[in-house]
Design a protein around this ligand. Structure first.
Ligand SMILES: Nc1ncnc2c1ncn2[C@@H]1O[C@H](COP(=O)(O)OP(=O)(O)OP(=O)(O)O)[C@@H](O)[C@H]1O
Ligand SMILES: [Mg+2]
Length: 396
């Protein structure tokens, strides 16, 4: 068939535009929390759609907000972080005509040599204290225009920045950035708000930097859950509305048994795309459970999307921690579940008896395992099959 139409899915990159399936409840909750004055942390396991939601907040802001999205992954110092925030603010303010005019004059009177419309700033050869520049900026704008918009900065990958600072011997700078965010939040700048997300759990990072008991109380967690069952059914219909391969209600039900009981859009998309590929190869839009099973096997065998799930853990966890966590995952992959007693026995063997449940909650928050009645299982059968294939022998 020449005019074969693929489903409306994207895998890996952020889902925007026609690929974004609306997540209205989550988006609404974020705006409510922001209006209460909170900074929001989009709390979700890996690959559930945090960045996609941020892009949606940017695309369709609530009135009174000027929204800017930035992935700050590559930032390497606290100073660079503040400079970036300053630039983002200028970018945000320059969208409002009234403030823009004032801003131009203001900046000329400052040490700033050049600023382009995108907010990129070049300074003369002098040291600039960006934190105080940021505070002054808000103070002055507040004085001349009380009705000015709230600048909402959507910062993606802050946890990664903190992790990199910590790893490169700049722990103090990481602590300082966390402290600065708290200070801003606690009210000395009320027209600045943040939504944070990241592809590594911020809990790992803050634990490593500030100690296991440190809290993230100054951030309001908004849960970004996988789809509910009914939503997943609707999603599959939505994604395949115009595609050559169609799913009958029966086949959707079967599809969901392969993916569930947690319906993460990312895993659904991976399987939808592989099914489409198989059907296209067979030159037939007629699919069945056999096609789904075959696609599942192929995804587990050949899909490089999963390698990253393993690599992440070994990258972010110290070796001894990874040995414990890896063994837990391999146990679950082979035995379906792991009980608290079984976890405890492994914790003793790995000398993790003081904080083993923290690791379990990390694995849960990060989207590997879920807890059901004091027993843990993989969130996704695809991930489980992948882990088992990578760790085929288990005698525990
Ligand atoms: N609302 C959505 N509509 C359609 N697909 C989605 C949606 N949200 C997520 N996805 C799917 O999940 C993938 C990951 O989305 P996204 O990058 O937004 O997740 P994330 O939580 O930011 O991931 P990470 O934890 O790696 O940062 C997308 O490539 C897409 O396949
Ligand atoms: Mg992301």
């Amino acid at each position: 068939m020449n005019d074969w139409k693929a489903p409306k899915t994207i895998v890996g990159n952020v889902a925007t535009g026609k690929y974004f399936y609306p997540r209205n409840e989550i988006v609404k909750e974020i705006w409510i929390e922001l209006k209460k004055g909170n900074y929001v942390l989009i709390a979700a396991p890996r690959r559930v759609g945090k960045t996609s939601i941020m892009r949606e907040l940017e695309r369709d802001p609530n009135p009174g907000f000027q929204v800017i999205f930035k992935n700050i992954q590559s930032i390497k110092s606290a100073k660079e972080f503040y400079k970036k925030i300053y630039e983002l603010l200028l970018q945000g303010f320059s969208k409002s005509t009234k403030v823009k005019k004032w801003l131009k004059k203001h900046l000329l009177s400052k040490s700033i040599a050049e600023i382009d419309i995108k907010g990129s700033v070049k300074f003369k050869n002098i040291e600039v204290d960006f934190v105080s520049e940021i505070e002054t900026l808000f103070e002055e704008i507040n004085n001349f225009d009380e009705s000015s918009e709230t600048i909402l900065i959507l910062l993606d990958e802050l946890p990664e920045v903190l992790h990199n600072l910590n790893k490169s011997g700049k722990k103090e700078e990481a602590i300082e950035v966390l402290k600065q965010l708290r200070t801003w939040r606690q009210g000395n700048i009320d027209k600045l708000k943040f939504v944070l997300a990241g592809s590594i759990g911020i809990h790992y990072v803050v634990n490593a930097i500030e100690g296991r008991n440190s809290d993230l109380n100054d951030l309001k967690n908004v849960e970004c859950s996988p789809f509910e069952q009914a939503e997943a059914v609707d999603y599959i219909q939505w994604a395949t509305e115009l595609s050559t391969v169609k799913y009958s209600p029966d086949l959707v039900a079967i599809f969901l048994t392969k993916i569930g009981p947690y319906f993460t859009p990312y895993f659904i998309n991976i399987l939808l795309e592989e099914v489409d590929k198989q059907a296209r190869k067979a030159k037939s839009s007629d699919i069945s459970e056999v096609t789904l099973n075959k696609a599942f096997e192929i995804v587990v065998k050949h899909n490089d999307h999963f390698i990253d799930w393993k690599k992440r853990l070994s990258d972010y966890l110290p070796k001894k921690d990874y040995a414990f966590v890896g063994e837990v995952l391999t146990h679950v992959a082979h035995r379906e579940h792991i009980s608290i007693q079984e976890i405890y026995d492994k914790a003793i063997a790995h000398e993790k008896e003081t904080d083993y449940m923290d690791f379990m909650s990390d694995l849960e928050q990060d989207g590997y395992l879920v807890e059901i009645e004091s027993s843990y299982t993989f969130i996704s059968p695809l991930l489980k099959a992948f882990w088992k294939r990578n760790n085929p022998v288990y005698n525990g």
